[in-house]
Design a protein around this ligand. Sequence first.
Ligand code: ZN
Length: 310
Amino acid sequence: MSREAGQDCTGRAACLRDLDSTECNPVRVRTAFRCRAYPDQTQQAVALDPAIVIVAREPDGRWYVTFTVDADTPAPLERTSRTVGVDLGVKALAVTSDGERVGNPRHLERRAKNLARYQRRMARCQNGSANRAKAAAKVARAHRKVRNARADFLHKVSIRLVRKHDVIVIEDLNVSGMVRNRHLARAISDCGWGELRRQLVYKCERYGRRLVVMDRWYPSSKTCSACGHLLAELSPSTRRWTCPSCRARHDRDINAAKNILAAGLAVARTFPGDACGADVRHSGSSRVRSAVKQEPQLARAGIPVLRGGE
Ligand SMILES: [Zn+2]
């Protein structure tokens, strides 16, 4: 038996006996709830014998009860012999090396007008008044809706990637650095790349998959995935380009994803035992970023070319 952070069950609750687990249960169950650790049973909360119970009230006024229970580590998923590289972006949230495009739902942007209205209303209320408290709860509720919609979406994206592939390669994006660009900050925060990566890390570990995180200085967009030719320049607005060396036509994002996959597989071959990820340093760069939960292992990725059948 092992206790895993991921086995926590968070339920919204009116009181301890009236649980409504929003994360773990597809249907709303009153007075009892199911969780991932005991998927086949509807259990009374007390029957779970939780190691830790945390009761918290969020700013939106809802009560949350989190149980940590001891559970067996789930069996690893069956091997699929499939590998995938994922290019993360703003226009499309994720583009895979198989050519699959996951759109960016822009949860915050879609609700930005609503949020702004609630915030204005709150600002007009007198400090400390009952009306201000009510308005503040409305702002918090609007934020919660954005947060929940984003988390739900990212969970669906990450679990699909983990189910379908043995090895997943992603880029290590400098999110905090990019958010400093105020023109992009809101759009980038809205993507949830950091959360997607967090989910991929723990889901890969839970289901026996391998996640490789590539160094952010790796020129995945500017390299031809067919022949390895490196472009001197590729403007961010160029969506499609033709390789001057081998004349291959490339979609910018799919080409990047293919390069990420090829580089990641090279790392996976170099460090076959490392289940969580590896650190890849681009030659000539002195900056080394640590990857996910691993011993300091460094690999210098050249410009590997993805060959058919891999
Ligand atoms: Zn080429």
